[in-house]
Design a protein around this ligand. Sequence first.
Ligand code: URA
Length: 249
Amino acid sequence: MERLNRFLARSGVASRRGADELIAAGSVLVNGERPPPSGVLVDPDRDTVTIDGRIVKPRTRHRYLMLNKPVGVITTARDEAARTTVLDAVGEEGLAGHRLFPVGRLDADTSGLLVLTDDGELAFRLTHPRYKVAKEYIAVVAGSPRVSDLESMRTGVQLEDGKTLPAEVEVIGFDPAAGTGRTEVRVVIREGRHRQVRRMLQAVGHKVQSLRRIGFGPLKLGRLKVGDWRVLGEGEIEALHRAVGVEPR
Ligand code: URA
């Protein structure tokens, strides 16, 4: 629910004070009835607001969620094989009546940060190669990558669909269990080709054993637990818009 004058201002009808004047003048009806001059609370999804008989439509309020996608959950809106999708993962409460869809993809065997929204324009830009949105991953790989392996990933590796753009790559840890020969590597890419991080590491000789996304543009996964989701904060939504050259309203 929101105050009528705020609803009118948000719909671009007038300033809040201007809206108060319209309400006081009796020009505004809510579900066909004249509200008191002090205004009233309206439900933007249910109530019909008119000014001099013309329906006022608010700008749509989009919904933005961050999900920590578990391994095995499919990044698609609907799965023919009836496997669990990212929409199932956020459930009715996450959807809250919105037609959410995932922004970009994570493989079934990749976990981590995935944005869901019904803001098509923002989603389009966030996944468009032109905007080069940074995607940050932690990969656990077999063996110990050499400096030259990391260096070739930094400059670009040749894959069957072309050479990759320069990536940020650093070793952040060695598996403490001696002999297992696993290494934790942080990788930041600015493209989004199919299984790109896995293929880049494989190309330099290090098979990925697990992959987790911890950053997407200005967003960080932080302490969100696997399988949990949360609504993005205003500051995060603004930062996402700025990252793709849209001035937030
Ligand atoms: N790179 C991969 O290999 N897999 C993903 O899910 C994302 C990036």
